[in-house]
Design a protein around this ligand. Structure first.
Ligand code: FAD
Length: 263
């Protein structure tokens, strides 16, 4: 849809070209969410397309995904067979109740920074113990763990003018076993519950999403007692209550998906 309140559209080819960041400014990535509903609080859009960031790179011991990488590229990349965890990318994108057009346009960074509770990639990135590189307008960077990035519904630790630059996943983590489960009330609905389980030699990392405001990491070392530990820990979580479902219902479905994942 048109956003008639937008007064300025900028398309810099480097981030340092933006001298100041003000109220009502927003980064524009794929635009699939920004142009999907009125954004009355916005005046300036800063298009990221010309920044020319690489999409998917394997460097030293990390897989590096540029924030502007379209979701479709995660499906098309020629992944090595031993990287079992990349099956999680396919499951996450399949979970998105989105058309082919959205998957072609929407970016990895846009999906993560929008920070919806139903966000499909964030729980997977937390399960894989990914890190996010964040830039400010001077091009200075800082790294945060994916688990610390989203702090609520549409809330992240990004400060005004900061941008998610890229996602780093240690190559060794790509060999982890991943199981991505989701449950929706209807096939065209967003997920009501997401459970992503990552298993390596030392631990089980279980991330719950959609049923809580932001992805939550539950860890346990003893694989034999994982089911009991993980399900017990759900008692302390704040599950969302809305017209779709009660907190108890979300907790029950989360427990069920954890059992399925472990099986
Ligand atoms: C009706 C509808 C239902 C949806 N349901 C789901 C769902 O169930 N699950 C799900 O995961 N997603 C869902 N989405 C979100 C959809 O996947 C998003 O449109 C998409 O992920 C956003 O990506 P984009 O690149 O188009 O971002 P944009 O629309 O361009 O931007 C989204 C937001 O992120 C900010 N942003 C983008 N990139 C960066 C960056 N690198 N650094 C800092 N800020 C940035 C923008 O300023 C904006 O606030 C839904 C969207 C719609 C419209």
């Amino acid at each position: 849809m048109d956003l008639p309140n937008i007064e300025t559209y900028l398309r810099p080819n480097q981030i340092q070209a933006i001298a100041n960041w003000g109220e009502g400014w927003a980064w524009l990535a794929g635009g699939t969410w920004l142009f999907s509903e009125p954004q009355p609080h916005l005046k300036v859009l800063v298009d990221m397309q010309k920044l020319g960031w690489s999409e998917i790179e394997v460097k030293a011991d990390h897989l590096i995904i540029g924030a502007t990488c379209p979701l479709i590229k995660l499906l098309e990349y020629p992944w090595l067979e031993e990287w079992t965890a990349v099956a999680g990318f396919k499951s996450a994108i399949a979970t998105l109740a989105a058309s082919f057009k959205v998957i072609n346009m929407a970016t990895v960074g846009g999906n993560i920074c929008l920070a919806l509770s139903v966000g499909t990639l964030a729980p997977l990135m937390v399960a894989l113990d990914a890190s996010y590189e964040i830039w400010n307008l001077k091009g200075e960077s800082r790294i945060v763990a994916a688990k610390d990035f989203q702090i609520g519904f549409k809330a992240t630790i990004l400060q005004p003018g900061e941008i998610l630059r890229r996602i780093l996943i240690p190559l060794s983590h790509l060999k982890w076993k991943i199981n991505y489960q989701h449950f929706s009330l209807a096939t065209t609905d967003s997920a009501l519950v997401i459970v992503v389980l990552a298993k390596n030699d030392q631990q089980v990392r279980c991330v719950i999403g959609a049923s809580v405001a932001a992805p939550r990491l539950l860890e346990c070392e003893n694989i034999e007692t994982a089911q009991r530990q993980l399900i017990t820990s759900l008692e302390n979580e704040n599950f969302i209550v809305d017209a779709k479902a009660s907190a108890d219902y979300r907790r029950e479905i989360t427990a069920l998906l954890i059992k399925r994942s472990l099986q």
